[in-house]
Design a protein around this ligand. Structure first.
Ligand SMILES: [Zn+2]
Length: 310
């Protein structure tokens, strides 16, 4: 098994997914190995959760011992549970980042409570977006955008659409201007489809009902018949869209969440009701989850010790 690997890190109530495409050929064309990191979250108070940078360095190393570059760092949206650790990654990790994807947005947090490094990570996020790119390419893609490398790696941007971005920034129902912290940033988070030969893996963002109505109405054929679904909004009920889940019909569903948040808000029973045969995996219970999609459509899922989870 040396196909595309997806690592869903056990980070608590947050997200970090690392995607590793192997070097491969498609017809005459050689494609280099590539790595994407989708979000990061490091809870420095909890040793039982992954230290994202440590994990990356020990798993994605060149033969000379240096870390491999992150080809694309994708920030699905700049809430703290998706950016905490960003300053450390950019400034202190020694890991180079080639492309940075961000949702086109004017959001700002109301405060910096809730996470020790939130303020410094937010400031780094702003720096990266304000031109201090350090040679990296900044990209603000939206639905159906295609560029050469995304096409090679078969990434489809399901959400957000440009219309959803406008809508999230539009005046509130009472006609008043939206404050930066009132911008519906969850609903314009990236939801991505990654295909590898015949296998479809869908990475749901933090979008809720409005975002999923939009995806369901506009992306039906793309989302039909998935194999692996990273459940939207950490597996919370707010990200569960019954009609979309029915047509996605994944065999494996992954919740990236803490035990407490999952017990309070998780949609396990809803997914189970619609898809009684799907296997639901949870980072807080199963640890870091590694999904290996091989060239012939086979899927293996293990934890970070190599034990099978399916
Ligand atoms: Zn989140």
């Amino acid at each position: 098994m040396n196909g595309v690997n997806f690592h869903f890190l056990n980070v608590g109530h947050g997200d970090c997914t690392i995607i590793h495409w192997p070097a491969r050929t498609a017809g005459e064309k050689h494609m280099d190995e590539r790595i994407a990191m989708v979000d990061l979250y490091h809870d420095t108070n909890r040793e039982d959760y992954e230290d994202v940078i440590q994990y990356y360095k020990s798993n994605f190393q060149k033969s000379n011992g240096y870390p491999k570059p992150i080809w694309r760092l994708i920030c699905t949206h700049p809430h703290q549970d998706h950016i905490c650790g960003l300053k450390h990654l950019f400034d202190e990790s020694g890991i180079s980042i080639v492309n940075f994807w961000d949702v086109d947005n004017q959001f700002e947090p109301e405060d910096f409570e809730g996470h020790a490094t939130h303020k410094e990570d937010w400031m780094k996020y702003q720096d990266v977006n304000s031109g201090d790119s350090g040679g990296r390419t900044l990209i603000n893609p939206s639905r159906w955008d295609v560029r050469q490398f995304w096409d090679e790696d078969k990434i489809t941007i399901l959400s957000p659409s440009k219309e959803m971005i406008d809508d999230a920034h539009s005046p509130k129902q009472d006609g008043t201007k939206r404050k930066p912290h009132d911008i519906e940033i969850d609903d314009i988070s990236f939801s991505l489809l990654v295909e590898f030969n015949s296998t479809k893996v869908l990475l749901g963002g933090d979008g809720k009902e409005k975002a999923w109505n939009d995806i369901y109405e506009n992306c039906k054929s793309s989302i039909t018949g998935c194999h692996v679904l990273k459940a939207a909004h950490h597996g919370h009920q707010s990200g569960f869209h019954e009609d979309a889940v029915k047509i996605m019909n994944p065999q494996y569903i992954i919740f990236s969440n803490s035990k407490e948040e999952d017990e309070n808000n998780g949609a396990y029973d809803d997914y189970r009701r619609i898809l009684p045969n799907a296997k639901i995996l949870k980072t807080w219970r199963d640890g870091t989850i590694i999904v290996d999609c091989d060239f012939d459509g086979g899927i293996e899922i293990t934890n970070s010790s190599g034990q099978s989870l399916i």
